[in-house]
Design a protein around this ligand. Structure first.
Ligand SMILES: [Fe+2]
Length: 200
């Protein structure tokens, strides 16, 4: 079944320090990943699997890029969904951040330091193994994604996410990101993640 890009125009004109021009171009880029995901899935369905080959093969190349397009599409959805300066961190999220990082400020500092360590994504996750919050960094969209994680917050640190508004001043973009987090979304994701951990 083909994937359809979601409409995130509800956040236009509502963010602090992240312009509509920046967002519109980012939406277009996200839609490109959805298109490529559909293309890869369509082509994979028609490939000769007997021609799979580690060095080169059409099937093999498509498999190697499948997770790039998939995560490129769905990480962007999580990012846009967790933007919209709304609510406040719940007591549950504060408690989890303090348990994992020592304090809320130390948690925020860890997210920012993680952002400074990757050209790609920072994911704040609920780790179902130790049942704590973690921050993981990704390269491309799929390299570095640890297993047994439920994503609580997705932070796009690719340059396309901030170059229009901030040039190379990534630290200023990170401040803007924290000004715009939709904490209602992050709080709900954490609660759902903890339930998933119980079921595991
Ligand atoms: Fe992006």
């Amino acid at each position: 079944m083909a994937h359809t890009p979601k409409d995130f125009s509800n956040i236009l004109g509502k963010l602090k320090g992240i312009s509509d021009n920046q967002l519109r171009q980012h939406f277009t880029l996200y839609e490109g990943y959805v298109k490529k995901l559909n293309e890869i899935e369509e082509k994979l369905a028609k490939q000769d699997k007997a021609a799979a080959n580690y060095s080169f093969g059409e099937f093999s190349e498509l498999k190697r890029r499948e997770a790039v397009a998939f995560n490129g599409a769905f990480l962007h959805e999580m990012y846009f969904e967790n933007l919209l300066s709304k609510g406040a961190p719940s007591a549950e999220l504060k408690k989890a951040s303090e348990a994992a990082f020592g304090s809320w400020d130390a948690f925020v500092a860890d997210v920012k330091a993680s952002a400074g360590s990757t050209p790609g994504w920072v994911l704040v996750t609920y780790n179902k193994v130790d049942q704590k919050l973690h921050t993981y960094i990704l390269f491309e969209h799929h390299v570095g994604l640890a297993v047994h994680q439920e994503i609580v917050l997705a932070l796009d640190c690719w340059e396309h996410a901030f170059m229009i508004d901030y040039g190379i001043k990534k630290a200023d973009y990170l401040n803007a990101f924290f000004e715009n987090v939709n904490w209602d979304v992050a709080n709900k994701r954490l609660s759902a993640a903890k339930l998933a951990a119980v079921k595991k």
